[in-house]
Design a protein around this ligand. Structure first.
Ligand code: BG6
Length: 487
């Protein structure tokens, strides 16, 4: 069986070698192997390819490595995997030990694998899923061994840990490859539902004219997680919620909500507008940031007894542009919270007069009343709701809250939806940078965040299963967060 067949109008990809650092890690298991497998099944992989896993510790023979990948697919891949498909995939898998000090065997293996591929081959894809401290030395090794030559280099967040380290990492990367070879991956940008924010804004005459400070009162980007750190203590102790989620995912979502219409919807157009927006993002004020740590975090295996690492962040951001002046952007995320959700809420100003009686509300507007809101649910099953007031059926002219809802899956019969990582891995192979961030964007975001890194508020304890520290619940006063009450 060929590894793939071209599907629809998707360009055919040249055969190539894919090298995965962190091949036995959590991300590879949950997302990368299932992602490549599903792309192969969808006809979106090159006609032929090889995947070489790499890392400091060998998982054993190639067959033992394949067994591990098979376990990952059984747990996180499709449940109807056939023997034929598995053979096609596993025949292309191997593992080679490498480290920052020694990448020669790996370089030899990459060249040998490329020699096995027929026809003109495409740029090798090198995926760096390694801890921040290992990133620079690994990049050095890729340069010295020649593995980086012509490669598409996929770099996982957090892209440094502050302004100086982000700059240093970017310099190191630029010593070895051109910016156009680098794909800084932020999987939130690959989520179908995140891209729907752009579609809503720029393709619909109903929303485009009101997307500004004259009509919008506030924005909330709320990503509570019910999960704890799930055994990722060493990553989490070095990173924390602020670097893990805010500097990357949540501020990138803010970018989609707030950027100006790009000249074109391509990499250059979006990059230019994101950069302008991030320039206008006011450096965060530590007084408007609440950090939290869930009770019991210090008892997690691998966590320091007196760890000050935050597992929760809520903050207010401001965008100093003509469009957004005066509109607060509230961001919240944390582990071990009451619910797992990914919600972007855009709240609209009220009409100038209240003419109707509204169920559950007094005749004069009260601070806690919820105005019209557009709510994007960024789940695997994306939904968009527009909350309105409408007449309650009956003899009196009384209004009540109601919603117009778009269920994206139900609206479009064909389900060709790709999971975020699948979409982005495919984009890397196409050489499409549209949903990836460039060096200067990352450096600017670290600048915006630096005041909090320099002067972080002390993390406040919160109960597991709650909505975080009390002060965070009150941050978007007077209305409060849409979740959980606005559901
Ligand atoms: C990852 C973070 O990048 O994103 C995790 O490291 C977080 O801590 C995850 O749980 C959330 O992603 P998703 O797609 O499950 O919302």
């Amino acid at each position: 069986m060929a590894a793939s067949a071209p599907s629809g109008d998707t360009p055919t990809l040249k055969p190539r070698v894919l090298v995965l650092f962190g091949a036995t890690g959590d991300l590879a298991k949950r997302k990368l192997y299932p992602g490549f497998f599903k792309l192969m099944r969808a006809g979106l992989m090159p006609d032929d390819f090889r995947i070489i896993g790499s890392g400091r510790h060998s998982p054993g023979s190639d067959d033992e490595f394949r067994d591990k990948v098979r376990e990952a697919l059984d747990e996180f891949g499709p449940d109807d995997l056939t023997d034929d498909e598995w053979r096609t995939f596993s025949d292309r898998l191997s593992f080679v030990v490498s480290s920052a000090d020694d990448g020669q065997d790996l370089a030899d293996a990459v060249r040998a694998a490329e020699g096995e591929l027929d026809g003109e081959i495409g740029p090798r894809l090198v995926y760096l899923s390694v801890p921040p401290a290992a990133m620079e030395p690994m990049v050095g090794m890729l340069g010295e061994t020649g593995i980086a030559e012509g490669a598409s280099l996929v770099v996982e967040k957090p892209f440094g840990t502050d302004v100086p380290s982000a700059k240093k990492l970017n310099d190191r990367l630029h010593d070895v490859v051109d910016e156009d070879q680098i794909f800084r991956i932020d999987h939130f940008l690959g989520k179908e539902a995140a891209q729907n924010i752009l579609a809503f804004r720029f393709a619909n005459g109903l929303f485009e004219p009101v997307w500004n400070r004259n009509h919008i009162a506030y924005v909330q980007i709320d990503v509570p997680e019910a999960l704890t750190i799930e055994g990722r203590a060493s990553f989490y102790e070095a990173t924390g919620a602020f670097r893990d989620m805010i500097v990357t995912h949540l501020l990138q979502l803010l970018g989609f909500v707030a950027l100006e219409p790009p000249v074109r919807l391509d990499a250059r157009g979006l990059h230019a507008e994101r950069m302008k927006l991030f320039e206008a993002l006011r450096p965060l004020d530590p007084e408007r940031v609440v950090l939290g740590q869930y009770e019991g975090y210090r008892d997690e295996e691998g966590v320091d007894d007196d760890s000050d690492v935050e597992t929760f962040v809520a903050l207010e951001a401001r965008v100093d542009t003509w469009r957004w002046t005066g509109v607060p952007f509230y961001l919240r995320t944390g582990k071990a919270l009451a619910e797992g959700r990914r919600t972007v809420t855009v709240g609209f100003r009220e009409p100038p007069m209240r003419m109707f009686a509204v169920r559950g509300q007094s005749a004069v507007p009260e601070p806690g009343d919820r105005p019209n809101e557009i709510v994007f649910e960024l789940s695997e099953d994306p939904k968009v709701a527009v909350d309105l007031l409408a007449k309650v059926p009956g003899p009196s002219l009384e209004l009540g809250p109601a919603a117009l809802e778009l269920d994206v899956k139900a609206a479009f019969a064909e389900d060709r939806g790709l999971e975020a990582y699948e979409r982005l891995l495919h984009d890397v192979m196409l050489g499409d940078h549209t949903l990836f961030t460039r060096a200067e964007e990352i450096e600017r975001l670290w600048e915006v965040c630096q005041p909090v890194l320099d002067d972080p508020p002390a993390p406040e304890p919160y109960a597991q299963g709650s909505w975080g520290p009390e002060r965070a619940v009150d941050l978007p006063a007077p209305r409060g967060w849409r979740l959980p009450d606005g559901d």
